[in-house]
Each structure stands twice: as C-alpha cells, then as structure tokens.
Design a protein around this ligand. Sequence first.
Ligand code: SF4
Ligand code: SF4
Length: 491
Amino acid sequence: MQLGAWSDRVRVTVSTSSDVLRWPAVGRFLRWSHARTSLQLILLVVAAVLVLHGLFGPQVAPANLATVVSWVQYRGWLIIAVLAAGNFFCTGCPFVLVRDAGRQMRTPLRKWPRWLRVKWIGIALFVAVLFAYELYDLWALPRATAWLVLGYFIAALAVDLLFTGATFCKYICPIGQFSFVAATVSPLELRVRQPETCRTCHTVDCIRGRRAESDPAVVTRRGCELALFLPAKVGNMDCTFCLDCVQACPHDNIAVATRVPALELVDSRRRSGIGWLTRRRDIAVLSVIFVFGGLINALGMTGPARTMEQSLAAMLDARSEGPVLAALFLIVLVLVPLVLLATAAALTRWFTRTSRPSMVSIAATYSYGLIPLGVGVWLAHYGFHLLTGVLTVIPVTQAAVLEVAGWAALGAPMWQLTGMRPGVVFPLEVGVILIGASGSLALGYLISERDYPERPVAAAIPWALVTVAVATAALWITAQPMDMRAIAFPG
Ligand code: SF4
Ligand code: SF4
C-alpha cells in the first residue's frame, strides 16, 4: 500500500466534539465490537417474521407484516435514517449477517472481474425493482414481497460466497446503490481523526485488516471490504457504515464525524475505491436514475399515470401492461433526462464560451448537483406513506400474534390506529422537496464556481432551470390524489 501517495490528501483533524464515536452513550455503543451484529440480529428477526407472515399470513396487504413493514415502514425509516445520521440501514443489513455465517463454511476465493467493477448491474437491478414494483403492484402482494426478501438473501449469499470482499454491496445491491447516493447528503461521514497518525502508520489495518501477531496470514479484524482506504476516503459513496475500519485501526484513528451535508458532491479530489467522481459515468447515471426514479415511483400511484398509460396503450395498441409501463419508464428515466441534461450542457458551453469539456462530461459533472432534489422527492414520497400509516404496524402485529398464539397476547388488534391525515403531511412533502431543490441550486452554483470561475452565474443558469423543472414536476406529482394504478387490457 503506497501511503505516501495519499498522505497529502488528508488535511483536516476531527475534533472530539464532532466525532460521534466520542459521544457518551451512542459513541460507546458504536465502538462496541458487537454493535453491528446486534443491529443485524434485530433486522434479521424482523426479516424472518415478515417473510413468514408474507408466506403464511393473510394475503391482504394492509393486514400483513410483509407489505406493511417493507413498503410502509422500512423504506420511510431508511431514507430518514440516511438523512438524519448516515447509512445505518447498511450497518444493520441482515443479508450481510447471513453471508458472514455462510463464509464460516465456505471461503470465497475469486475476485470480482475488473471489468465489472462498476455500477451498471446495480443500476439495472435498481430499475428492475422499480419496474417490477409498478408492474406487479408489489405493495399489494404479501407473498411476492416475502419471496423478494428471500430472493435478496439468496442472491447476497450466492454472490459473496463466490467472490471476495463486499462484492454484492458495492456492485450489485440496488438498495445499497440507493443508500450510497442518498448518503452523500448525510450529516455524518467516516474519516480519519488525526491525519498525522496515518502518515506514520505502517500496517494500514483499516484496509488490509488486522493480523494475528502469531500468524500474519490470519485476519482478526477485517479491513474495509468496499476498498475504501481511510486516509484517501472522500465522502460517503460506497461506504456501508459497517465500522469494520473503526475496529481494525490499531491507533483508534477513525471518526464518525459531523460535516456539511452534500458538500462532498463538489469535492473534486480522487476518492479511494472510486476514483474521480466526475469521471465515473456509471455513478453519474446512477445519480440521474436516482433523481428521475424518485419521480416515476411517486407518479406510479397517481391518476395522471393511469391516464398516460391509457394513452400509451392506445398508441402502441398494447394488449398487456408490460410494454406500456416500459414505454413510460423509457420516457421518464431516459428520454426526459437526456433532453434536459443535453440542453443544459449545451447552454452551459454556449454561455461560458468554452468548447471543452465535452457535453457528456458537463452533464455528468452537474448530475451530482441534482442529488439533494432527488433525496427530497424520495423523502416526500416515502415519508408520506410512513406518516400516513406509521401506526398500522401495531394492529397488524397484534393480529399476527393472535393468529399464531391463538389468544390476544398483545391485546385485541386496534385497527383504528393508522397515522397522520394526508392533508397534514402534504405541507411537509412540499417542504422537503423545496429544501432539496434549494440544495441542488446551491450545488449547481458551487460546481459552476469550481469549473467556470470566470462565469459561474452563466454556467449555473441552465442547471438552475433543470432543478426548477424537476422540482415543479415533483410538486405537481405530490399534489395529485392517490389512485390505484390498474388499467384494463384486452386479452
Ligand atoms: S489503520 Fe488507522 S492509522 Fe493506519 S492508515 Fe488506517 S486509519 Fe490511518
Ligand atoms: S470505510 Fe469501509 S470499513 Fe469503514 S465503515 Fe465505510 S465501508 Fe465500512
């Protein structure tokens, strides 16, 4: 490991007060060597319960834990946790716990092929999950949801028993890719506390893993499986907050530090395990899919989506929903972003009177600036479902216990418990979309200031217009009444 090449990139010392690991109770818990396992065990039990109830419980979505926990609770809490703290749902990921158990029996020997060390598979699976969710109305299907969760466990296990490191997390997991992008606007980040300590560190256990003194071939604490070398780590992209590096570092030199959210998206330094963000076309595409995926996911259950599908069905003379939905996805996830980003990139070149960099590079660079708006859209949508149904998990759990135990151990199901009224949640949805849009406007200007110091305002104007256009679409979708998306097809 060539530490010298990276050492001048580590500049800032983290103060004790801004290091969550030094905070009284939460810090002690996170530094505990079994902190991750305890979180994983909790989520493993939750996953087991929802799979069993999904497979064998009532096949009515609002009365089944598989659908209520997966589509109402889990998604909402995930995005809230990422925004409030960091990628802590990856910390507690039960798939990794099962994988680790599997690796006790079989050690993977193969390395993930170099040409696949990009996000394209993760992006394709992310789109596939969004598509399947809309096509099959997964939110209404407890058994299918349970199979999806089981399939996830099997896929994570199969991939990581074949390939070393955290291959599934880094390159394949669609939830992981979603969380990595969202975590760029988190207020916390793993980074070194004292740069000087790293400059004189010879073991670099944070990446290589801590070795047994008696036998250096034996790893007693694993290093970063995501290939993020702490002295050169920038931001949260690809970090699962697993805290392995914290446990491995022999100098106790890693902090969970507070920071300004989203500023990492303007950081042009080379990142360990990633390279230069501006050169990663796959991550730029992931960011765009994240933003516009938020729109189509929110659009899915509204009346206008049904009208659009009916028009498309008539135009395509479609006899099933698949091709119609595929056309809608093509329009919202590909054509609209392509037109918006290409136009904005061309205008930026024109306004700044430059011929370089290429339009693709400009679009890729500025696409990261749209992430805060995308996070606002996802939070508005998932927050709506969570807040309007936050208490439904109580009667569903009571009913499940009654069903299994034969008596009301948790009391009779209180079906009157639901959540906040949609009218009360609506202003909150508008608020988070506007906050996200403000963040994107600010990032667009900061990127312009960095790349076009002579004409930052001119360079930023097209991207401000893109932000306003996407935010307007998001607000319009949010204002639409919910509608069960189901259209009749002949045959
Ligand atoms: S093991 Fe600790 S001190 Fe050494 S390089 Fe990694 S973070 Fe720095
Ligand atoms: S840097 Fe690596 S080891 Fe440390 S928390 Fe992030 S993913 Fe885990």
